[in-house]
Design a protein around this ligand. Structure first.
Ligand code: SAM
Length: 311
């Protein structure tokens, strides 16, 4: 195939993908209509060529319907191919274009009850590993719709959620209505500029590092040092490349994207050493790695008497 016709077929596939993703009812409706047409043709003894044609249309639309359902299960989001990976705000605003898509984007659950239940594990990790208590001012980096914040706020003195996506923060605000000790902060770019020095006791980032580039992961760990009080704690997690489940997830991605465009939000996992290195380089002490299922969780403490973290 020549290059222009290859480009044309890619464009056609993309166009069809966008159309059917947007109007999911089209193929099922066409299949049902064709089924009715075949039935009517048989009952009414219509010319066998027309009956055959209706049967071919029924097969094609039924196949398309089945294919579409499988495809959307595997690729629930558009590829957002106009965005580069670093265009975090654009990408995540597009993912959070409604409350439902925002819920699915943060934890895969479309139902609010499931979203609330899914926060139990990160809250448990925060309490067990960095001992969050009601004396702590806590910041979550990349808080999404405050899935964790809503559950953690009653357990700390104050909770602040920071995120780069205005849409995510919009839904976070709705979910946090009536909760008194919470604040939201929209990040204008990667890093924690705009948040004051020594303002927090705990800074954490859960379920989000996988979507960021390594330099931005580093920026957040480095800036966490600045905004923590001495003795303050951090918790950062990511999918662990060295765990069996993490490795399976990694190799599954290879299959999934073999012939598909890699979207800007595609997950990238971590080795434990990566997270430990960021913490040590930022100046943290007591750097520890905790392996929990497919997660690698790094915790560390800002030493008392620390000034500028970068060593
Ligand atoms: C998978 S969601 C997780 C949200 C939340 N931490 C949770 O577990 O429910 C990822 C979040 O990271 C945010 N995000 C992505 N890249 C970011 C960046 N570079 N800086 C800040 N937030 C970012 C997105 O807007 C989104 O809210």
């Amino acid at each position: 195939m020549s290059i222009p016709s290859k480009a044309l077929s890619t464009d056609l596939r993309r166009g069809a993908g966008t159309l059917f993703r947007k109007h999911r009812w089209l193929l099922p409706a066409a299949a049902i209509a064709n089924g009715v047409a075949v039935g009517a043709a048989i009952v009414l003894h219509v010319d066998y060529r027309l009956t055959f044609l209706a049967a071919v249309c029924l097969s094609a639309t039924s196949f398309g319907w089945g294919y579409l359902e499988r495809f959307l299960k595997l690729f629930p989001w558009p590829t957002f191919r106009d965005f580069a990976r670093g265009q975090y705000a654009e990408t995540w605003n597009a993912m959070a274009e409604s409350p439902k898509t925002a819920r699915v984007a943060v934890c895969g659950a479309s139902d609010e009850r499931e979203v609330r239940a899914s926060a139990a594990e990160p809250v448990r990790n925060l309490i067990e590993l960095v001992s969050v208590t009601d004396r702590d001012d806590v910041l979550e980096i990349a808080c999404g719709i405050a899935r964790v914040g809503l559950e953690l706020a009653p357990r700390c003195r104050s909770w602040m959620g920071a995120d780069i996506s205005a849409n995510m923060l919009h839904y976070a605000r709705q979910r946090l209505q009536g909760v008194g000790n919470v604040h939201l902060h929209q990040l204008q770019s990667e890093g924690l500029r705009g948040l004051g020095d020594g303002a927090f006791d705990v800074v954490y980032c859960t379920n989000s590092m996988a979507h960021m580039d390594e330099l931005d992961r580093w920026r957040y760990v480095r800036d966490a040092f600045r905004i923590l009080r001495p003795g303050g704690r951090i918790l950062f997690d990511n999918v662990d490349m060295t765990s069996d489940r993490g490795w399976i997830a990694f190799t599954n991605l290879e299959d999934k994207y073999r012939n598909a465009e890699i979207p800007p939000y595609m997950v990238r996992f971590s080795f434990p050493e990566e997270l430990m290195e960021y913490a040590a380089r930022a100046g943290f002490g007591q750097v520890k790695i905790h392996k929990r299922g497919m997660l690698v969780i790094m915790t560390a403490v800002k030493p008392h008497g620390a000034q500028d973290g970068i060593t």
